[in-house]
Design a protein around this ligand. Structure first.
Ligand SMILES: Cc1cc2nc3c(=O)[nH]c(=O)nc-3n(C[C@H](O)[C@H](O)[C@H](O)COP(=O)(O)O)c2cc1C
Length: 400
């Protein structure tokens, strides 16, 4: 089953250069299973033709309110609709939408639409920064429209583009569409903090102690929580897994910095998921200059324990905050996980083995065992980390 199977999406395209990207967007939405109707404004038709969209969606494309089209297209197209996307949304369209105009097909569809609306503005960076445009965007947000704010990046005119204005990539818009289409559970509107990746404990200015964590499990959890409508913040060590747009990220280096960043977040958090692999030990002494090779091994390395993030931030937590921990072990997996659940006062612990192929650090799949506070143990099969993330969040929603 594809993620948007059975969903009806109306894609409105307005007249900007970024309309060329809307063809990819139409294709991605169709490939995800949605049936996509496209409406082009008169200006958009000057930038990109109807044939491309007809071929990509397999459906007729609509362009006029009064004239060649069906007399009541503006009502027919939005009846039973799951989502209306306007991408790109020009400055002029934002103004019309903010003021309730209905003088062309797309604006009229918007007024008649009861489904969620997603808009991806795109324009010159000075136009986007203009107070009138910003006032229209604020009015649209107030009306409940979801904005995928433009990014900083190259604009059509090569000498422009120091500020935001460039339409977000179609993949990002699809992710936001997925968030709006997702059935709303208990995580919607909740604040979720996820820790991800390893930490690094410096030994000297060029060396550190760390581990093999890549942050993939944490990022999968953050992305799944965001899709379910949560406000998500990720506190992460140096890692390779990219953090999806929409998620607030706080990068840190050491376990002590991770503890400080978590402390700053937990007062507002409904859920804390500790998916990071913070270093448990740090060199007792950090050398100020690079330790040189002197023909013999240096003195044995003395280590101190790093702060325990859950324990050291417990007093700062919002009362009733739900805490989920991870236990990555090489031996006595369940025994260690149960002990950690108790010692740290967790509501749920996710145990996984560091030695199993296809599970743990770096892989795209994971096999985990969930241990609940009441002693229930659930063994999940080896599956993609995104599926594991959803399984964990299903349990979290049941506990909320
Ligand atoms: C070459 C060219 C590029 C344009 N690019 C944009 C743009 O990226 N964003 C924007 O808001 N307007 C842009 N405009 C202006 C719009 O096309 C114009 O405001 C038009 O009336 C918008 O109509 P619509 O909102 O009905 O599609 C551009 C105009 C031209 C001639």
């Amino acid at each position: 089953m594809r993620p948007f199977d059975g969903r009806r999406i109306l894609l409105g395209v307005t007249g900007g250069i970024a309309s060329y990207k809307s063809a990819s967007l139409a294709r991605l939405l169709t490939q995800a299973g949605a049936s996509v109707d496209v409406v082009l404004t008169r200006s958009a038709k000057e930038f990109i033709g109807t044939i491309t969209f007809e071929a990509l969606t397999g459906r007729p494309v609509h362009t006029v309110l009064i004239g060649d089209g069906h007399a009541l297209d503006h009502l027919r197209l939005v009846r039973g609709l799951d989502l209306l996307i306007v991408a790109p949304a020009t400055a002029d369209f934002l103004a019309r939408a903010a003021h309730g105009h209905a003088d062309e097909l797309l604006s009229a569809c918007l007024l008649a639409c009861e489904a969620p609306v997603l808009m991806a503005p795109a324009m010159n960076d000075r136009m986007w920064a203009n107070p009138q445009v910003q006032a229209n965007v604020a009015a649209l947000r107030k009306l409940g429209r979801t904005m995928v704010d433009p990014a900083v990046g190259p604009l059509a005119s090569p000498d422009e583009g120091a500020g935001a204005g460039r339409m977000q990539e179609p993949e990002t818009i699809v992710a936001h569409a997925g968030r709006l289409l997702e059935p709303k559970g208990k995580l919607a509107g909740r604040r979720v903090i996820v820790t991800a990746g390893p930490t690094r404990e410096p030994l000297d200015p060029v060396r550190f102690l760390s581990n093999h964590s890549t942050g993939k499990m944490g990022v999968a959890l953050a992305a799944a929580a965001w899709r379910r409508g949560a406000e998500v913040a990720v506190v992460h060590g140096p890692m390779t897994a990219p953090i999806p747009d929409g998620i607030c990220a706080t990068p840190v280096e050491t376990t002590a910095e991770m503890a400080d960043a978590v402390r700053a977040e937990v007062a507002q958090a409904d859920v804390l998921v500790m998916a990071a692999a913070p270093a448990d030990f740090r060199p007792a002494k950090v050398e100020g200059a690079k330790i040189k090779k002197r023909g013999k091994a240096p003195a044995p390395l003395a280590l101190d324990e790093t702060p325990d993030i859950l324990r050291s931030t417990r007093d700062a937590r919002r009362p009733g905050m739900l805490a989920v921990g991870f236990a990555l072990e090489t031996d006595h997996l369940l025994e260690h996980a149960k002990a950690k659940l108790e010692a740290k006062g967790l509501d749920l612990i996710v145990a996984n083995s560091a030695s199993e192929a296809g599970a743990g650090f770096g892989s795209d799949t994971n096999r985990v065992t969930l241990v609940h506070r009441d002693g229930t143990v659930e063994e999940l099969p080896l599956q993609p980390k995104s599926v594991v993330a959803d399984a964990i969040l299903d349990r979290v929603e049941a506990l909320l």
